[in-house]
Design a protein around this ligand. Sequence first.
Ligand code: PLP
Length: 400
Amino acid sequence: MEYRYEVPRGGRFGRFGGRYVPETLMEALRKLEENYLRYKDDPGFRSELDGLLRDYAGRPTPLYYAENLSRRIGGAKIYLKREDLLHGGAHKVNNTLGQGLLAKKMGKRRVIAETGAGQHGVATAMACAALGLRAEIYMGEVDMERQRINVFRMKLLGAEVHPVSSGSKTLKDAINEALRDWVTNVEDTYYLLGSCVGPHPYPMIVRDFQSVIGRETREQILGAEGRLPDYIVACVGGGSNAIGIFHPFIGDEDVKLIGVEAGGEGPELGKHSASLTRGMEGILHGAYTYLLQDEDGQIAPTHSVAAGLDYPAVGPEHAYLKDIGRAMYLAVSDEEAVKAFLTLSKTEGIIPALESAHALAYAMRLAEKCSKDSIIIVNLSGRGDKDLETVLRRIGEWTS
Ligand SMILES: *Cc1c(COP(=O)(O)O)cnc(C)c1O
């Protein structure tokens, strides 16, 4: 199969992606692409980044055979790629360290980012502190109220948090504000995007920095089983942990790639965040992709029990992988994800992030239908400590 591994032609994955931004940002995006392509294979840059990933973030992460869980289900062998063990508790640091280092090499001392639940803001603040960069984070006022601990965390880590009071006061408004800031301060400012979304070259850059997950996984499963897995399952918010584990396997057609979106509380618009499964094509935040929108093209409200999956669009490369049939996407409900969260905690002593629990829930369903010699790898994108209150509230609902 023909697949473009490297620089997407014209910044597009098939008809998806592109660069739908005001003219003032075109030059900045071109410069970013030029610098990225210069540094990405530069031995100095690579060894500095590899050192940070190893000594600061904690790579490589293990690939763990979840034997108790597999035995309990009685089908395929389930392996977990343990991104939950990284510094900060999720895969996001792979990207913030990569882009932070790039910002530093480009001579930018000021880094801006947007955050919804606060996870990307925290990961950005961490990387900037480690790299000696100034971090300014845009966050909707509603999100700031909901995620007070993460606001405190960002401040502890030395970042400045800008409250956003426009629109719905949530993630998409924070992205708009961050873009506005970037347009004004493009000379000295680096915009550090948190997922494989937005205008080219961001989807490519974030994918490349997250692909370390898939490269390690490939080596580890060959070591453990002497062959590649049958399935790789990952949750999809913007899509960065999924594309990171998928990408090094895209040429291996026997490895089935499955992305799991947030099915929330039901299929009606507003009750879920399943942009690929239930969305329509359109443009948001600089890219042509699948979106959740109403008949007038207005961005729809979204919902998920997992804050990190609560985004109305998806990375353009996933839109393309869906279109050419190389990856398959489906949605798992809030309730099924919470059940998987509880199951993994009990059987393996690992509390997964609710985001990752979506992938896990589908993997468990799948494993049941597979023979004992099948292999499923789940990308355990993060740990669940941040979700304890949410789950506690839910369990209360179930038992009362
Ligand atoms: C942010 C987050 C996600 C969703 O982001 P992607 O870009 O889709 O990976 C998934 N899992 C965890 C633990 C997260 O923090």
